[in-house]
Design a protein around this ligand. Structure first.
Ligand code: ZN
Length: 491
């Protein structure tokens, strides 16, 4: 018996997925284990495998199989939907353009890093202008007459539109600015003044990962400059970093990445090495990392348990009570850097990047005017002037990599986490009792059942709607922030 078109397609796809995992593991190795002298060879190795992947993703046989393959059930239909979307995107971008983009963005990252180190915006702008021009070309090829920014965002958050996200951000901004102003009028919590050794931090990090359900049999935790999670299925690895004066940097980076990793580890094993075998979008992915990190990990119930753990492990570190500890963990303070921002400020950082990059892609903002636009907007939203470019528009790597349309998925993830948290609390009324004992199993089990196991089965918004019984909305997140920080700061 010969194989039907669907089975042939899935067999071909399985090999593509396996090769993509290999490519991802090369990336993991580069950030954790690779000897420094191997960088150039590694670049060639990764380019070679990218070439193989591109050829497979645009293989003309895919079109034939997609024409005749029939889906017998909803799972098969979802598989076909993913392959069709990926094939359409890959074939719409001319090969010459894809190559130019790959070349320019790989050198742009180096130029950005040097410009950031020397604080010279002018050194980066010509390359950035080139990246934006190519991304506009790519967007036009993908959009086929539609909105350019939407076409780019579709890579990270299928189905999302800039118009609806922009409207949502406009509704969120006044409430966040109001909450921020009220909190900053209160006395700030004390600063930690203690040394927390690297080994003890890593030991607690491993224990925290296990507490949140991360499976070390199918994963590992290592150090890297920038924490990340990588891989899918039975090999999902995470990294964290250690700052010996600030243990929360390590602990919450770990919990954040554990959220991403548990999403991948929690997917139905039947979907292994298929298009359904990965997180469905960046927004839904970020909802998992954020709810692990913030709504669960920074809840006063859970930090009460963490406080006792840290006393056992580090001795007296100068914090008087679990209440004071909760305020320190949830410190609200204005800062220049997005990745260091607290829950209240974080979304304001994202919103300004979203508006600026939308204008860049639309052609409404010239690269020459970008620094002034950034600095003006920052001062309007945060009440302080940017003191140097590394604290301003040179802080993020995204634009140099061509990642336009990615930033809004961070706030979308927070919004989704807000919705999930509201539904989770309604289903688990004694959640705080469990968290105060360091037991997250009911919460993470709920997330696995409602979100993680589905992988790519449903569209991103549908995942949240099905899990929460309501359409995604920003209201639960804003209500949660008002209630939590109002109580912590005695508003
Ligand atoms: Zn994340």
């Amino acid at each position: 018996m010969t194989m039907g078109a669907f089975d042939q397609l899935m067999a071909f796809q399985r090999e593509t997925e396996a090769l993509a995992q290999i490519s991802g593991r090369l990336g993991w190795d580069q950030e954790t284990m690779m000897p420094r002298g191997a960088a150039e060879q590694r670049g060639e190795e990764m380019a070679a495998i990218e070439g193989v992947l591109h050829a497979r993703r645009t293989d003309p046989r895919l079109a034939e199989w997609l024409d005749t393959a029939e889906a017998e059930d909803t799972v098969a239909a979802a598989q076909l939907r993913h392959i069709r979307r990926s094939y359409a995107r890959a074939t719409r971008i001319p090969a010459a353009l894809a190559q130019r983009l790959a070349r320019v963005t790989s050198t742009a990252q180096g130029i950005w890093a040097e410009a950031r180190a020397s604080e010279k915006v002018a050194d980066f702008l010509p390359t950035l202008a080139e990246v934006i021009e190519l991304k506009r070309e790519e967007a036009a090829a993908l959009a086929q007459g539609g909105d350019l920014y939407d076409a780019l965002m579709d890579d990270y958050e299928p189905g999302a539109t800039a118009a609806s996200i922009g409207a949502m951000f406009d509704r969120m901004r006044p409430r966040l600015v109001r909450l921020r102003a009220a909190l900053l009028e209160q006395a700030p919590p004390p600063k930690l003044d203690h040394h927390f050794g690297q080994e003890a931090q890593m030991r607690f990090s491993r224990d925290l990962a296990a507490v949140f359900g991360y499976d070390f049999l199918r994963g590992r935790l290592d150090l890297a400059v920038h924490p990340f999670s990588s891989g899918a299925g039975t090999d999902v690895r995470i990294t964290t970093r250690v700052v010996e004066t600030d243990p929360f940097n390590c602990f919450y980076s770990t919990i954040h990445e554990v959220g991403h990793a548990c999403y991948e580890q929690g997917i139905d094993p039947d979907y292994l090495l298929t298009p359904l075998g990965g997180g469905v979008s960046m927004g839904v992915h970020e909802s998992q990392s954020r709810i692990y990190e913030n709504q669960i990990g920074r809840s006063p119930a859970f930090t009460g348990w963490m406080f006792r753990q840290m006393l056992d492990r580090f001795g007296d570190f100068g914090v008087a009570s679990p209440e004071e500890f909760a305020r320190i963990v949830n410190r609200v303070q204005p800062g220049f850097i997005r990745t260091e921002a607290d829950e209240v400020h974080y979304n304001l950082h994202v919103m300004m990047r979203f508006d600026l990059e939308r204008a860049l892609i639309k052609g409404d903002l010239a690269v020459a005017d970008l620094e002034a636009a950034w600095n003006d907007r920052f001062e309007a939203d945060f009440g302080v002037a940017v003191d140097r470019p590394a604290h301003g528009l040179l802080q993020d790597v995204h634009w140099s990599c061509g990642l336009f349309g990615y930033f809004p998925t961070y706030t979308l993830g927070n919004v989704y986490a807000g919705c999930l948290h509201q539904a989770l609390r309604a289903d688990l009324p004694d959640l705080d009792d469990q968290l105060s004992r360091g037991d997250t199993s009911a919460a993470t089990g709920w997330l696995r059942e409602k979100v993680q196991r589905h992988g790519g089965l449903h569209e991103p918004r549908a995942v949240i709607t099905l899990a929460c019984g309501m359409e995604p909305s920003e209201a639960p997140l804003l209500d949660y922030l008002d209630a939590k920080f109002g109580a912590l700061y005695g508003l």
